[in-house]
Design a protein around this ligand. Structure first.
Ligand code: SF4
Length: 276
């Protein structure tokens, strides 16, 4: 349908109004030789109150109402560096965490577990190893890192001249995911407060993250493990060394280069701890 001169004027006026409000910085000037009030012009004057203005205002009200405010950013957790020695009460709190984990039902993984695996080792360890989640053997025995990968980790610990009861070993998720799949984000979110509290109470001087899942949690990054391993990150003042998960080494048993890299990472940890 052909637009009338009045409609064309309305369209043009609407566009100019929008561009002016958007800061385009110009106004529609009347044609040369005519004033806005010139009765001889062929285009009728625009009404002062255009129909498009209330609609635009309503639209902006809808948008403002629909935008949900962002939740307030969580305050950063306090540094754990330089805290005083662990107290007896804090030691008891660690035992309490173990008890809570054993009966925990915070995420669906509790339905499939044989038993939860809180962690083991010294409750005031200087060195903490954090893996992903219990596997089949760990689920059966209730202890972390007891399968083939665990045996390798324990050899690495011995090579570092630590006894197993001098370090603390645990996982980011305390119950076995089905088929040893990677824990889901919700499972990690449900379970990680236990781990965070364990770290706050044990207060290790160095954390070693084994594989991508715990590394992503403590020192997030976009690169793969090959690029991230061997470089210290920081978790609340505690140096964090990412390295390959021992199960990756077991799956690539003939790859001596992987073992060399892990050992190189552990040497950096030993150097930071001042040697044994
Ligand atoms: S994985 Fe963690 S949060 Fe989930 S049931 Fe087990 S202990 Fe609880």
């Amino acid at each position: 349908m052909k637009k009338s001169a009045a409609d064309i004027w309305e369209d043009l006026k609407g566009q100019v109004d929008f561009l002016t409000e958007a800061g385009a910085g110009f106004v529609l000037k009347p044609a040369k030789g005519r004033s806005a009030g010139d009765p001889s012009r062929s285009v009728p004057p625009a009404p002062r109150q255009t129909a498009s203005r209330p609609a635009a205002a309503a639209s902006s009200r809808v948008q403002a109402r629909d935008i949900k405010p962002l939740p307030p950013a969580a305050p950063p957790l306090p540094s754990l560096a330089g805290l005083p020695a662990q107290t007896a009460a804090e030691r008891r709190s660690l035992e309490e965490i173990d008890k809570q984990v054993l009966v925990c039902r915070l995420c669906p993984l509790h339905k499939l577990r044989t038993q939860a695996v809180p962690g083991e080792g010294s409750r005031s360890a200087e060195l903490m190893f954090i893996g992903e989640a219990p596997g089949r053997d760990e689920d059966a025995q209730g202890r972390p890192f007891v399968g083939r990968a665990g045996q390798l980790l324990r050899k690495i610990i011995a090579a570092m001249k630590f006894r197993e009861d001098e370090v603390y070993i645990t996982n980011i998720v305390k119950c076995r995911p089905p088929d040893n799949r990677v824990p889901h984000r919700e499972e990690e979110e449900a379970c990680s407060p236990y781990l965070v509290r364990q770290i706050e109470l044990v207060r290790p001087r160095v954390i070693v993250t084994l594989g991508k899942t715990p590394t992503d949690y403590f020192v997030p990054g976009r690169e793969g493990m090959t690029a991230r391993r061997g470089n210290f990150g920081d978790y609340r003042g505690i140096p964090v060394m990412p390295t390959f998960h021992p199960s990756y080494l077991v799956r690539n048993e003939g790859n001596r280069e992987l073992k060399r890299m892990v050992w190189e990472d552990m040497q950096k940890v030993m150097a930071l701890l001042g040697g044994k």
